[in-house]
Design a protein around this ligand. Structure first.
Ligand code: PLP
Length: 461
């Protein structure tokens, strides 16, 4: 478990970090009032409360007692910790400090406007894939020029609307580039998504840069891109790649970057290269993660060489989704039933693949902690949801004894949790809570039957 337990050494460590936290914080922190009643305190260094802590048999997150949060807001519930998002943002920002860069949060991972506002306060821009994401970004206070629009297989009308809103275009097919040229000539800067044909990412569903992928324009069609660019005088502001999620191998990442940089030599107007997202975070103890520091150092060297070769400078963009918000989130669920079968002990919970689809969809591992019984004897459990098909969160997972009514915490639920949630089985989606400055704020209320009925049209039959 990636939980810091409250041993003597951790007391000393936490006291030391607390002391430095308050000392430095008072010197460097800024207070941001974003909504009435909700004020974000953005720290300029990495804060200590970024994981659940076990103290006196109670788990806390961001200085808040997690069971009390469930008592106040109910279960199932998503809870996000601002400190963790800030820690991840700061780490990435530092890792890429060898080159001028922008971090564009891939907000598909989690679009609650409060999260978007917090990331803006951290200094990030946005990467969006739909007009609604773009609108949410604008509502969260991002300037349109700081928002990428990276759609796939959308209509040209959608692209025109994104242009009207002032977003930075990132297009990934030749017919769309032709339409852009025919309609706007070279008046709208465009970034072009290249498919470098490399196999990267955690599994086939999240690999996007290989030869059979629907994403990007094939690197083998570079001559065609150049032809369209010349025909319409397109202003190619950047080249982009996003080859997959959960890329651990920095060599593969750099291989893609090299292909992108070389392709960029065909375009004199380039101001930036967007190297995408896909940085992996650990999901369990001993799990590999992307070494962003090593990647940052090697990528900066690659880019500086390229600048010499080009005789002009450019900046880099990155689009982390999971890296910024995955570890910040917990999904808290209540145990409804303990069922013993001849083969296994099931802990049946008040949630399912309708709230966290990753275990069933990607075979993803999510750590699970029984936060109600931290000292209970460790036993194996299969944790399953209440949906009408197999929706296990885990099989034979060692956990502290689970009893009816206990609260379980699924870790790494910040990214692609509520965003991939559905109303399957006509179940409402959970509420969302954001912990900022040691206080838990409701940032989305729980859905109700009325919400599920709202868009239905009842016929007079
Ligand atoms: C274009 C693009 N950029 C960034 C991301 C973010 O990926 P991750 O959450 O793995 O960082 C995605 C994920 O699908 C994507 O499609």
């Amino acid at each position: 478990m990636r939980i810091e337990s409250f041993s003597l050494s951790s007391i000393v460590l936490n006291l030391a970090s607390l002391a430095s936290f308050f000392a430095i914080n008072s010197l460097f922190s800024r207070n941001h009032s974003l909504f009435s009643g909700l004020s974000f305190h953005v720290f300029l260094f990495i804060p200590p409360f970024t994981r659940m802590l076990l103290q006196n048999s109670r788990y806390t997150l961001g200085g808040v007692d997690v069971l009390e949060v469930v008592e106040e807001f109910g279960a199932p519930l998503y809870v996000y910790n601002a400190d963790t998002i800030h820690r991840q943002f700061t780490r990435l920002d530092r890792a890429f400090s060898g080159i001028e860069h922008q971090i564009k949060y891939a907000c598909k991972a989690l679009t609650n406007v409060n999260i978007l506002r917090f990331i803006r306060q951290c200094g990030g821009g946005l990467d969006t894939v739909s007009l609604n994401e773009l609108h949410l970004g604008l509502q969260a206070g991002f300037e349109a020029k700081d928002i990428f629009f990276t759609p796939n297989n959308v209509s040209f009308d959608e692209v025109k609307e994104a242009i009207a809103l002032g977003a930075q275009l990132n297009l990934d097919n030749l017919p769309m580039l032709e339409k852009l040229g025919q309609t706007y000539g070279g008046s709208v800067p465009v970034c072009i998504r290249i498919n470098p044909h490399i196999m990267a990412g955690g599994n086939e569903k999240i690999s996007t840069g290989h030869i059979n992928s629907k994403f990007g324009i094939s690197i083998t069609q570079l001559d065609d891109i150049v032809r369209v660019q010349k025909q319409y005088g397109l202003d190619v502001s950047g080249l982009h790649m996003h080859t997959g999620s959960e890329i651990v191998d920095t060599d593969i990442f750099l291989q893609g970057a090299q292909i992108l940089l070389e392709a960029g030599r065909r375009f004199k107007t380039i101001r930036f290269f967007d190297f995408g997202g896909g940085f992996k975070v650990p999901y369990k103890q001993g799990d590999k993660e992307t070494n962003v520091e090593e990647l940052g150092e090697r990528l900066a060297a690659l880019c500086h060489n390229e600048m010499k070769q080009r005789g002009s400078s450019f900046y880099a963009c990155f689009e982390p989704g999971k890296y910024l918000v995955s570890e910040a989130g917990l999904l808290l669920v209540r145990v409804n039933v303990i069922k013993q079968t001849p083969a296994t002990t099931f802990a049946g919970v008040d949630s399912g693949l309708n709230h966290l689809i990753r275990p069933m969809f990607y075979k993803a591992h999510h750590d699970i902690t029984n936060i109600s019984n931290p000292e209970g004897a460790v036993k194996p459990y299969s944790v399953a949801g209440y949906i009408c098909e197999t929706d296990n969160f885990a099989w034979d997972r060692e956990m502290n004894e689970v009893r009816e009514g206990d609260i379980l915490a699924f870790h790494n639920a910040g990214a692609y949790g509520i965003m991939m949630a559905s109303n399957y089985n006509s179940r409402p989606r959970p509420a969302e809570v954001f912990i900022v400055n040691g206080k838990a704020h409701l940032i989305r209320r729980r859905e109700t039957l009325e919400d599920i009925l709202r868009t239905q049209v009842v016929l007079d039959l």
